[in-house]
Design a protein around this ligand. Sequence first.
Ligand SMILES: [Zn+2]
Length: 282
Amino acid sequence: MPELPEVETVCRGLNRVTLNRPIQGGELLLPRSLATPDSVADFWQGIRGASFAAWQRRGKYLLAELVREDGEGAGYLGVHLRMTGQLLWLDPATPVNAHCRVRLLLQGDRELRFLDQRTFGRLWWVPPGQPPPAVITGLQRLGPEPFAGEFSPVYLGERLRGSQRPIKNALLDQRLVAGLGNIYADEALFLSGIRPTTASQSLGPSRLTRLHGAIQQVLTTSIESGGTSFSDYRDIYGINGNYGGVAWVYDRETLPCRVCQTPIRRLKLAGRSAHYCPHCQR
Ligand SMILES: [Zn+2]
């Protein structure tokens, strides 16, 4: 599943190539991929002729500001890739495969194509004059970005105070911090020496400071290498990132810990796999 670094990589790629090319049309091949508006005709009417002015990432959401040639705002296009969504930048002549859900044809004979094998990914068009969270309601529930000043060891301490739930579960909660998923939560817990099952409330200031630093470190490392190669994630040219080669614990069950050689263990937490080193993480 794409997490913050993968979505950030896609966002940067989109900002490099898709801007200032009016959307000339396209195809919606799977109607449920479009969350709003209900009317497909309204969707095309809303975005046709508009260009992407800038893409931004919020948590795992992508948000593009749309603008018309006369400079008037045309709302926003929101995208969430969920499990298997991909945005690819293609020559429109590229054969369309069975997982293609949406095609946006842009001026200059280029196409932004949305592929999604599992079909949980969604697109939203936010009409002009409406704030994106009014339409993309998941945005309302997002906690701070991991690189925002608001996200600090003190913030973590305040939010986790009195919480019995395992720290791994807390890190997956997008209301605590936006953008972390299974891979980077496992990796950050390894780097900070904290076992995933640790009750959140038992983490003191020094361990919270280590955890905060480890979250920023694993995300930075992955963004710098263009995301991971763990899943179906691809950048907008269909190329896998390479963070997978350096994972500490994620998806390494029974393999020796890279620090102490103890076999990595896996357990289930909140329905997800958690990977950890029983020696390095206490
Ligand atoms: Zn170890």
